[in-house]
Design a binder for this molecule. Structure first.
Ligand code: BG6
Ligand code: MG
Length: 219
């Protein structure tokens, strides 16, 4: 049986992935580091510091910068990002998300958030969807970030559910790897190429619905 649906945030619930890219782009341009949307795919789902490291690999390499400078750069990006997400309102929920959240509640299926973002609580508040969640993982307390399964396992544990009866929804390759490694059903939203390891691939969030997921678990 399907007992819980565990959501990624950035790029699944709302298009904040675009703001992450835009904020990193401001920093990369200022530092004259080549950075484009295609390279940005690698940053999806990974932590703030690992994202910065991946960008610095395009310049002198991650080890060429002192830790203190990296902290400052990561903070600079986060300040830009925090300004950008002030624009987020309930209208920015991606299509089909609130319907899916409501359907989970109606069918007594638990809902959790597995976002690597320390800004997740602020975005959830802006989207006015906090009341749907039975549990939200705290990104700062998770040791290993995606593609490790830790954040998804932390959600299952706190929901008191068997990972085999949970599904995870992701838009990044690192995220799909994390769900699969947690032993959950993986739903990938996005291009088939990127999502090829997902158990179920959907073109967009408007295609999300519980029945095909339940079917996969009972097959
Ligand atoms: C993930 C995003 O959800 O959160 C990554 O996909 C981001 O792009 C990561 O780097 C960390 O986010 P934040 O808001 O803590 O910098
Ligand atoms: Mg994402």
């Amino acid at each position: 049986m399907l007992k819980a649906v565990i959501f990624d945030l950035d790029g699944v619930i709302t298009d904040s992935a675009a703001y992450h890219y835009a904020a990193w782009k401001v920093l990369a341009d200022r530092m004259n580091i080549p950075f484009d949307k295609s390279y940005n795919e690698k940053l999806k789902g990974v932590s703030r510091m690992e994202s910065l490291n991946l960008i610095l690999d395009n310049a002198k390499g991650r080890d060429a910068y002192p830790e203190s400078m990296k902290e400052e750069l990561a903070t600079e990006k986060n300040e830009i990002y925090k300004e950008m997400i002030k624009a987020i309102t309930k209208k920015d929920l991606l299509p089909g998300i609130e319907e899916l959240l409501k359907d989970c509640k109606k069918r007594n299926i638990k809902v959790a958030l597995a976002s690597a973002s320390k800004n997740a609580p602020e975005i959830i508040k802006r989207l006015e969807i906090g009341h749907y969640f039975d549990y939200m993982a705290d990104a700062s307390s998770i040791k290993r970030s995606k593609p490790y399964p830790d954040i998804f396992l932390n959600c299952a544990e706190n929901l008191n559910e068997d990972p085999a009866e949970c599904c995870g929804i992701e838009d990044s390759e690192a995220g799909i790897d994390a769900i699969n490694a947690a032993g959950m059903v993986s739903i990938g939203v996005g291009s088939t190429e990127k999502m090829k390891k997902a158990d179920l691939i959907l073109k967009g969030t408007e295609e999300l619905s519980l029945d095909p997921i339940i079917k996969m678990l009972t097959a």
